[in-house]
Write a protein that binds this ligand. Structure first.
Ligand SMILES: [Fe+2]
Length: 315
């Protein structure tokens, strides 16, 4: 028998403990100590899985990461993030607003504007920053792998560089190039391999009756850590229980989605609304179904680059 996740069984409690509710969580304006004292750098972070780029790893309201972290970042118009690099890979998925992302090398910068549902995967060791040149706040989801969580290395922080230069991610006047997939500059060519536009990705219709757009993984950007996909799930569509050998996470962007778990014949489920998340551990049988009248759009991160052989079957 299916019970709702308000029940008190161990499985139900575990599902609740793996659910991050947008309304229960809060944005942290002090997640990044290097921004302290620089209003132009202000940004807020909401942590769902792990700490991401923040050193706040002891946050008990956050789910423990296995292979990836997931957080939201909120950035108001006019604010920016100083150019820095990591030894880990980092993806930005835009949820609301338009974000300008710059990559820097030897004083030259390529800038790309990303809109809702566009993504950039910031390559390891590449200097990158971002800025909100728009008129509405930007909300985005950031995921990093948890390999070696070293602090970011700043290249053009306003602590050490003029504010105008830091705001341009280190480009002197005239040294900023636009993003161009056919551009001749090596940095344009490099970035072209890491920018994903929602409108350019093929829409894959699964036999089970929902769509997938593969951002990172076979058919999208080929990479060596996690797969990232956007699911479109029509009203009434669901899949049978399946499991993976790594964890996965569902973050609802639009609509609502019911996620269920099964163990030893017991099933429990939880309904997610916009910006709610469930992380399902490796090996746990789980499924999803859209019980609502409207379609659901769901961002999913899967903790491995390897194909897992999951075949979705309509429930
Ligand atoms: Fe970064």
């Amino acid at each position: 028998m299916t019970e709702t996740a308000t029940a008190t069984s161990a499985l139900a409690k575990e599902l609740i403990a793996h659910t991050g509710r947008f309304t229960d969580k809060s944005f942290d304006w002090n997640a990044f100590p290097s921004n302290a004292g620089f209003d132009e750098l202000a940004r807020a972070q909401m942590r769902y899985i792990g700490a991401g780029g923040s050193p706040k790893v002891g946050d008990t309201s956050t789910l423990k990461p296995d292979n990836f972290t997931l957080s939201l970042i909120y950035k108001e118009p006019g604010k920016y993030a100083a150019c820095h690099s990591h030894e880990i890979e980092e993806s930005f998925l835009i949820i609301d607003g338009v974000l300008t992302v710059g990559w820097e090398k030897d004083g030259e910068v390529v800038e790309v504007k990303l809109g809702p549902k566009d993504m950039v995967l910031n390559a390891r060791e590449i200097g990158h920053g971002f800025r909100n040149d728009g008129v509405t706040p930007v909300l985005m989801s950031i995921s990093v792998d948890v390999g070696k969580p070293l602090p970011p290395v700043y290249h053009y922080h306003p602590k050490e560089h003029p504010s105008e230069l830091a705001r341009r991610f280190g480009a002197a006047p005239g040294k900023t190039l636009p993003f161009d997939r056919n551009g001749a500059h090596p940095l344009q060519q490099l970035m072209a391999r890491y920018v994903v536009r929602h409108s350019e990705l093929p829409t894959i219709w699964e036999k089970a009756g929902f769509t997938r757009k593969v951002y990172v993984g076979p058919g999208g950007l080929e990479h060596d850590t996690c797969r990232k996909e956007m699911l479109g799930i029509p009203s009434g569509v669901g899949v049978k229980p399946f499991s993976r050998d790594v964890e996965d996470a569902y973050l609802v962007l639009e609509g609502s989605l019911t996620v269920g778990w099964e163990e030893n014949g017991e099933t429990v489920e939880v309904e997610l609304g916009p910006l709610d998340l469930v992380k399902t551990p490796a090996g746990r049988k789980h499924w999803f179904r859209n019980n609502s009248a409207g379609a659901a759009t769901v961002w999913t991160v899967i903790g491995s680059a390897k194909p897992d052989g999951v075949v979705y079957e309509a429930a």
